[in-house]
Design a protein. Sequence first.
Lengths: 182, 446
Amino acid sequence: MRDLVIGAQNGDREAFAALVHMTSDRMYALAARILRDNVLAEDALQGALITVWRQLPTLRDPDRFEAWVRRVLVNACYAEARRRRAWAANVRVLPVDGPAAPDGIVSIDDRDALDRAFRRLTVEQRAVFVLHHHVGLPLVEIAETLGIPAGTARSRLHYATRVLRAAVEADAAPVAKEGRTA
Amino acid sequence: MTSERDFDRLARAWLEQGPDEAPDRVIAAVLQAADTLPQVRRRVAWPTRRHVQMNRLLLFAGAAVLLVAVIGGGALIGGSKNVAVSVTPSPTTVPSPSTAPSAAVTAPVPSAIQSTWVGAPRSIPGLLASARYRLELTPDTFRFPFDDVVQNQLLASASTEDGDVLRLSSISTPGGCQVGDVGTYRWSLSPSGRKLTLTVVNDACAARRAAVPGDWQRVACKNTDSACFGDLVEAGTYPSQYYAPRLPADGSWQPDWGALTYTVPAGWANSADWPNSFVLTPSDDYAKEGPTGPPDGSVHEISAFRLPVAVSQDAACVGPTLPSSPTSVAGLIGYVQGLKSVVASAPTSIAIDGHPATWIDVTIAPTWKASCPDVAIGEPAALLLGSGDASADQHIIGLVGSEKVRLVFVDVGGQVALVVIDSSDPARFDDLVAQAMPIIGSFTFK
């Protein structure tokens, strides 16, 4: 991969195309899980990959390509979420297509509870949660990837976990309406 | 309770459920863009080459200025009456920006106009119609996306020429435009920087020529859950983007530019804009808000809601909708007046945009002692109405402590919109009402 990165840095479009094919599935999966909306995830992926192409010559260490790409993508997810939050929060809450969990440990109730609770998290909290639980990054690497202090990453993960866990545990309780008291 | 290990396993399994393959169309679009987009080069080749080119152009420009000065000076020295020498270059001496490199000084898009901007519906050949359009400017990119389409409808690299001319070069090809089509637009900002006006100078792309010109309002919402305008700063008449006061309960929601319009004096903010709710806040109070709204106990705003419904006061203050909720202005007012929890003033009839409306002022009854779980101990709380349907944002409208609200019910033609003037500070309520009523009187419902 290092050779491809160096080639792409020097304007080799075939090398860049190879990098896109190597990384795009992982990037899309990450974006779809952070945004919980396939359409937004596609926009984030497209924007991130174009940024990667344009900014690639500025990457100093080709060995850091994957981490750098991940950071570009998460920033693109932030931008998409902010641009389109009105849709995401209210109307375009689309079910995410995909296979059911292989061992069937996620019940429909759990999934619904997690889906609802996840949408109440900020996109920054979601990103940390997904990088930790889906990508499997330790907190220190998440902090480095996102360019935030480790303590911030820890608190975001803690908050997200608390909210999602509470949602699962309150699964059987009546669901309160969202909104504020005027 | 769920153990930590169980939860981690559950979370991982839940996150496993999702797509894992990037769509081919996205990859194709990226690779197509890479074919036409230059990379940001290291500071060795690219800027050097540009500097050389720029220096030559500047030299030429300097010579031209010198020539004009000499002609002008000569005329003055000679005492000629023909001293009005135009310094505007002849059109024939300026290459078309769409066909040849410009001699203008180029720079990144200035930070003053880097933002998301929204504007009124317009007829654009070759692009999908929308009830509201949005354009986005970054230091080097222009996007004109459609809310419901993956691809950017008009994607272009962006820069400025001579400071106030925006130069766009197409990267994507919708609307019959070609990659590399160049368009130039003169831009200006209102004094507050909240309104961007773009006028076409030249554009080879017909779709963009139809899309871009006009006035654009900056999206500057503190609450990132909403795409509201934020602090409007300037007086004027503004449209809503999302609020849908006439959308029936089973209606399908989409952005709707100007479903509500309102006129405000200077110093007001649009602090929320949702299908079911729309909020205007004095700028000074909006300045104290955070991303999730005003600090606890300091609401001071005008809120408009869609589809008000009667709710019951349950112990948890969830406020379940009453199955027999009235749906008319008179019915809803009668319901509020009949609540044991509140004291309501006599109804006053008015008209808003030609629609019959009625307002009442409401406070908590002195005898009412019930409260809600998230209210400070000892403070009574009364639920009044719910708003909206389950397909969008929902709200419960209530009162806490000595709070006072004015409820304005408007018959917008077959269904009711509810406008609430609400201040947590009873001492500021009358002043807010005095400011709010003319604003509410300016409302129009599309």
